[in-house]
Design a protein around this ligand. Structure first.
Ligand SMILES: NC(=O)c1ccc[n+]([C@@H]2O[C@H](COP(=O)([O-])OP(=O)(O)OC[C@H]3O[C@@H](n4cnc5c(N)ncnc54)[C@H](O)[C@@H]3O)[C@@H](O)[C@H]2O)c1
Length: 409
């Protein structure tokens, strides 16, 4: 299928594109979030340069998974073979672009190439764990770009301590993730997976499916995190005529936005959980959210409620989720993110009852691969973004804050 977004949006100018999609820079400490409203013009100071008037060649290292035979599809940008679709552009600017899928172990290509790379591009789908030790060996590193949303695979504190900029393509694949969350909610509530498995295995047993199948209408759904994905999913669930659509977030949405989405904010997480038939997790993985869904918190949920987590696996405690699925405290658990990726063959979430688990796929559809790629931006606008970040954010990052930027080109 032709990509919905690639054609017209790639041809559009940066001004139009950046209204929806911008780069966000992250640093380690999550105690506060500062939203800096639109920077109309990039800062003139330039420490790094990527435009045609480049100050020098940069070495850019990309880490993506290998797609092998599937890479034949030219729309499949997010793999090592197609290198995010930015090779031609980077090389035309005189930069050296090296890509690898080999990221683990002491002698990985990543370790070898990182030693003199200036920019590192990674994705959450094939997470290259950028530790303090790795950063210490990366003598030339200036910028780490996450092609996607969620940079928890990077030691953000260590990056901030080194004065490095970490940026991500905020808002890029949020629609893809929200659509997938609706899919997972329905998969669990309708008990779809066992029926699908039955027919694939030649079976036919209606009772074995419907004894645990419900409708979503008149149920209460809550999202933990009412940011970009949280709002996209609430917008989509509105059509299901829910009893209540709730959200828990540090920030309130405006009254107009709440009305538009048909949602209500809960001040207290546990109070919300006790009301929900379905809970969806849509927060980043931070010190505050790691292990948030542990045994005690899951016990505060309605018995038999469903939990969907496409945010990050480590937000839920692995064994607590497994045991809750086995005991029936959870009606089911679904998601595409795991506390370790790839998940080990013996990971309990692969085999626990009533799971709707997959590999990390929700944010990397072919459509999403266009939006997470810097190619999505007008090329020179991307260059400006990089130059802008490398200059103006750096000092602020040292304070250990998280920044989100809406670019107003
Ligand atoms: N599975 C995938 O393919 C995929 C793709 C994209 C994003 N994600 C994950 O989804 C997360 C959310 O993405 P987004 O674009 O909606 O981000 P976002 O920044 O727009 O929204 C996150 C929301 O969580 C809230 N939040 C953060 N910490 C909180 C806390 N401790 N308590 C309450 N609220 C808190 C923030 O205030 C914000 O509103 C990402 O950080 C990433 O981990 C997964």
């Amino acid at each position: 299928m032709a990509s919905r977004k690639s054609g017209s949006l790639l041809l559009s100018g940066a001004k139009a594109l950046s209204k929806q999609h911008g780069f966000a820079a992250s640093a380690a400490n999550t105690r506060s979030t500062q939203i800096l409203p639109g920077f109309a013009s990039p800062c003139s100071f330039s420490r790094y340069s990527y435009s045609s008037s480049a100050e020098g060649q940069k070495k850019i290292l990309g880490v993506f998974f290998a797609a092998h035979e599937y890479a034949k599809n030219p729309e499949f940008l997010g793999c090592v073979e197609n290198a995010l679709g930015i090779r031609e552009w980077l090389e035309s600017k005189g930069h050296k672009y090296v890509v690898t899928s080999d990221k683990d172990g002491p002698n990985s290509e990543l370790d070898k190439e990182l030693a003199d790379a200036h920019i590192l591009i990674t994705t959450p789908f094939h997470p290259a764990y950028i530790t303090k030790e790795r950063l210490a060996k990366a003598k030339n590193l200036e910028l780490l770009v996450t092609a996607g949303v969620g940079s928890d695979h990077i030691d953000l504190r260590a990056a901030a301590d080194k004065g490095l900029t970490v940026s991500e393509v905020t808002g890029s694949n949020v629609t893809s993730v929200a659509e997938d969350e609706v899919l997972r909610v329905l998969t669990l509530v309708r008990n779809f997976a066992p029926g699908w498995k039955q027919v694939n295995e030649g079976g036919w047993n209606v009772a074995a499916v419907v004894h645990h199948a419900y409708d979503l209408i008149d149920r209460t759904v809550g999202t933990v995190g009412g940011g970009r994905i949280g709002q996209e999913v609430m917008q989509r669930l509105k059509g299901f005529k829910l009893k209540e659509m709730l959200y828990f977030d540090r920030h309130s949405l405006s009254a107009e936005r709440e009305k538009e989405l048909g949602c209500k904010r809960e001040e207290d997480l546990d109070t919300m959980l006790a009301k929900c038939d379905v809970v969806i997790v849509n927060t980043p993985l931070t010190d505050q959210t790691r292990g948030l869904f542990n045994k005690e918190r899951i016990a505060k949920m309605k018995k038999g409620a469903y939990l969907v987590n496409n945010a990050r696996g480590a937000i839920a405690d692995t064994m607590a989720v497994k045991e809750a699925c086995e005991s029936g405290q959870l009606g089911g658990y679904g998601g595409d993110v795991w506390n370790e990726q790839p998940a080990g063959k013996d990971h309990p979430w692969r085999y626990m009852p009533n799971n709707a688990m997959t590999p990390h796929i929700s944010g990397t559809t072919l459509d999403a691969q266009v939006t997470i790629s810097p190619q999505f931006f007008h090329l020179n606008a991307f260059a400006d973004c990089l130059r802008f970040f490398s200059s103006s954010v750096l000092g602020l990052l040292l304070h250990g804050w998280i920044f989100e930027f809406g670019f107003g080109f």
